[in-house]
Unconditional design. Sequence first.
Length: 341
Amino acid sequence: MRIPAAIRASQRSPLLQVVKSAAATIAAWLIAGWVFPAQLPVFAAIAALLVVQPSVNQSLSKALERSIGVIAGVVIAVALGLLLGSPSWIVLLAIVVAMLVAWIFRASPGTGNQVAISAMLVLALGSSSPEYAFARIVETLIGVVIGIVVNALIVPPVLVAPARRDVGLLGLELAASLDRLADAQTPARLQELMLEVRLLRPMKEAAEASIAAGEESLTLNPRRSTHRADLREMRALLDRLSPIVTQTIGMTRAYFDHYDDRIGEEPAVAAIAEQLRRAGHDVRLAVQVADASPEPDTMTSAIPALTAPLVIRPPSSQHWILIGSLMEDLRRIRGELLDED
């Protein structure tokens, strides 16, 4: 029987992340156990385990969520214990009250669950005395601090490489789409071209997500100064490529919709095809200049291929809409590649 996809990730977490989580949990257990020898340091271990996240910024957010949840849950447990004593059903009441309090204050799902779990653990594992509650709050803060310190000091993650890879793949596929459009001469080939060019949108979205993850990984990261410029360059390159993606998809759609067997007779078509190849060359060049190409191409000239704007004779009346549409999209692509307003 296959393990359901709901309980499996698409890829494993880095082994370093597992080691850091284990180290933080062990350190929190030992230190909190030394500070509070009379109790098992469960709260500290759980806090450290949850706080070690893929980035330092996420660790800080998780630490805030964990701390607020524990404090609120402990306060609820102590208040109910002082009011109602210690019957067994008070644990269930504490869970319900904690969930309602989290709902009233619009707490996030993580914070709301933490409030209920903390209230339950305080009543189930210890007592409702203020001294015990205060000790559990301090214990949680110990685990939170250890988790943040471990994640920040032991090779804090920097997600610049995935951003560079995804932007590079987008650029290469965009250049290939321009080349394929330049060579499209048959209806059958146009069908394939439409299917292939639609891949550009999910690739652009993947590149945007990778850059966003990279920017998030550098927030509060001690190593951010050496990588911030690289990520800015990837963001600038994606900002240049994104409009070209839109124009390329639009050109392909227009050519597909308005194609007929006589389009090859138009003198402008060969000139437009040449401009498309030149634009594809300059897209590859832009990717290589930004050091984002995952497949270095020694055949790409270091000299930009787009020079003077294309000027053509008026097309025949049957094709002027298509030719005009292609020319306008080419003008916009040229403006992006040459940084023209």
